[in-house]
Design a protein around this ligand. Structure first.
Ligand code: ASP
Length: 311
């Protein structure tokens, strides 16, 4: 594996398989009474978050702790960043303390790459603007594989606010790498400009019509409507969005009972996903969260303990 995890493009198919194999072993740790492995004893991991997060930050923190690393959280609110310190000064200050890994989330696309050029520590991109969120895509694919088996040739529908979604970008890269057939669905206003060229090159499909795509899907991934990143009106009303693009109770009825429903969270219940779908037996939402810890343990382990080390 490369030194940093900034994008899914940093990983080969072999790397992904290795990560998933390690994650499967880490997953077992979650069910033990004593959830501790000594693998990263003496290592220091800083979670540096310039955007809000519940799942990703706590998941990386738990992952580091279960591997016996010292993990420290720094949120932009409450740090010197809110006093006007530049990103470069903030990360150089933290790096000067001798950290081994920096897990960072930032509202600017490309921020993690930029930081990786400033510091010696391994950098993990935990979400950079609307660009990428590789650990999320890894945990999504890992969860799907556990539910429906190898993803080669399987059809995954990714539905929702594509324009603002780093989750969708990382997922398309990973799912196509693993040989899945991907269709991304959004209203025209939330379909990223220039997507046709990317779709043609990467070999995925785009659609404006959820109802045409759902009956043929082997897995469904709903995306959050990211209102905090929207400056204008992307759709007339919440109700209209739900009618056009939400996973409603009626649409749930169209899906086979074994078709997993994923959502990276946080969910807007009643907007992009109905409670019936979020809480359905086939919903994989909470499995994604628990897989997230195992997959992040695998990521930290491989970045910090090195290739030769065996779990
Ligand atoms: N939690 C994910 C992210 O940070 C998805 C979302 O916020 O909608 O990208």
């Amino acid at each position: 594996m490369k030194k940093h995890l900034l994008s899914i493009d940093d990983l080969s198919v072999d790397d992904v398989e290795t990560l998933f194999a390690t994650a499967a072993e880490m997953h077992d740790v979650q069910h033990r009474q004593v959830k501790k492995l000594p693998a990263l004893r003496g290592r220091t991991i800083i979670n540096l978050f310039f955007e809000d997060s519940t799942r990703t930050r706590s998941s990386f923190e738990i992952a580091g702790k279960w591997l016996s690393a010292d993990t420290i959280n720094i949120a932009a609110k409450g740090s010197s960043a809110s006093k006007g310190e530049s990103l470069r000064d903030t990360v150089l200050t933290i790096a000067a303390m001798g950290v081994d890994a920096l897990v960072m989330r930032h509202p600017a696309s490309g921020a993690a790459l930029q930081v990786s050029q400033w510091v010696d520590a391994a950098v993990v991109n935990a979400g950079d603007g609307t660009h990428e969120h590789p650990s999320q895509a890894l945990l999504d694919a890992y969860t799907l594989q556990r539910r429906i088996g190898p993803l080669e040739g399987r059809h995954v529908a990714i539905i929702g606010d594509l324009t603002h979604s780093r989750v969708f970008r990382s997922n398309v890269l990973l799912l196509t790498k693993l040989g899945a057939r991907v269709t991304v669905v959004a209203p025209p206003t939330l379909m990223p400009s220039g997507i046709a060229a990317w779709a043609a090159e990467a070999g995925f499909a785009t659609s404006y019509d959820v109802d045409a795509v759902l009956p043929d899907a082997d897995a469904v991934m709903m995306l959050r409507v990211q209102r905090e990143r929207m400056s204008g009106g992307y759709f007339p009303s919440a109700r209209e969005y739900t009618v056009g693009y939400g996973l409603t109770r009626d649409r749930l009825g169209v899906l086979g009972p074994d078709v997993p429903i994923c959502h990276p969270g946080p969910m807007n219940r009643g907007l992009e996903i109905a409670a019936d779908a979020a809480d359905a037996a086939q919903s994989a939402v909470l499995e994604q969260v628990s897989a997230g810890v195992a997959v992040r343990m695998a990521i930290l382990y491989h970045l910090l303990a090195g290739e030769e080390a065996q779990p």
